[in-house]
Design a protein around this ligand. Structure first.
Ligand SMILES: [Zn+2]
Length: 141
């Protein structure tokens, strides 16, 4: 995650070459990261999902199915470290503190809770988000 390599084949991920449409003037997809996310994405979206390279994005999208809203593809200008997702412990009882959804707790770096979490995943925040459509034809060599 720290190198922002493709989570499918560990290739470099800068570039949004899987776009169906030409980017509008002023857009430079070669200098942006492409993410395929399952949630609605807004500025500052926090995720544990790494970006994808231009070769893997269509393949991953096809694997998720043609169901509408099965994924959201976005180009991102900037990625910042946000925190970690992990098992949070209560500092007074030293027992695990249950997450609200039963899963891992998201804890920001420099939070007072940060020393009390056993990290499982790095979290990043996404900035300068532009939704895009992917070309789903087979581009793999
Ligand atoms: Zn890839």
């Amino acid at each position: 995650m720290t190198d922002l390599l493709c989570h499918f084949d560990a290739a470099p991920t800068l570039g949004g070459h899987a776009l169906r449409d030409d980017p509008p003037p002023g857009e430079h997809p070669a200098n942006r990261w492409l993410f395929l996310l399952s949630a609605e994405v807004r500025e500052g979206h926090v995720t544990a999902t790494p970006p994808l390279c231009h070769r893997c994005a269509p393949r991953v999208a096809r694997a998720r199915g043609s169901r509408k809203r099965s994924y959201t593809a976005v180009l991102v200008d900037g990625v910042r470290p946000w925190g970690v997702a992990g098992l949070l412990y209560d500092p007074t009882t030293l027992r695990p503190h249950p997450a609200t959804d039963g899963g891992l707790s998201a804890v920001r770096y420099r939070s007072p809770r940060a020393p009390w979490v056993v990290a499982h995943q790095a979290l990043i925040s996404l900035h300068g988000i532009t939704p895009v459509r992917l070309a789903l034809r087979n581009t793999a060599a």
